[in-house]
Design a binder for this molecule. Structure first.
Ligand SMILES: [Zn+2]
Length: 157
């Protein structure tokens, strides 16, 4: 388990950058805009409420894996979360979740490293090729796959 702590200064600087500096590197490998609502960005709007603690945990995972991690979904505004059929209480809304993959690794590798780095929610989507990671207030492990032609969530715990 990773129990690194960060000073309030680091967290406060990150919060400022997340809101105001889309191009800023929050950590060595992740820029603020990578966590913004993707659909807002496409429409030319910058909306970002990602939590610094999540960004720091993701950097820890990135450091261990040593390969690029691509964020397919960071935070989401309410409107766009609804449009893509996201859960109404999705941790993407509160900036506590990311969906990620690596072009260089199987998702299992990301899953195993994330498991040791203090994420509360971890879900694998083998057919779509990404892993959901969150720091929401609910411990959960799941995988999602098609069984007998039906798209199902399989909860491990
Ligand atoms: Zn949006």
């Amino acid at each position: 388990m990773n129990n690194k702590t960060y000073t309030d200064d680091v967290i406060e600087r990150m919060k400022y950058q997340i809101q105001n500096e889309p191009d800023a590197y929050l950590t060595p490998n992740f820029r603020a805009k990578e966590f913004a609502c993707k659909m807002c960005l496409k429409a030319g709007v910058y909306y970002n409420v990602i939590k610094p603690e999540l960004v720091l945990k993701l950097q820890d995972v990135r450091n261990i894996l040593g390969v690029p991690i691509i964020i397919t979904s960071g935070c989401r505004c309410k409107k766009h979360n609804q449009e893509i059929g996201g859960a109404s209480k999705s941790f993407h809304l509160s900036g506590e979740a990311v969906d990620v993959y690596s072009p260089r690794l199987a998702i299992t590798n990301i899953y195993l490293v994330a498991e040791k780095n203090g994420f509360n929610g971890i879900g694998t989507y083998p057919e779509e090729g990404f892993v959901h990671l969150d720091i929401g207030n609910r411990y959960s492990r799941w995988t999602q796959q098609t069984i007998d032609g039906i798209y199902r969530y399989v909860y491990i715990i």
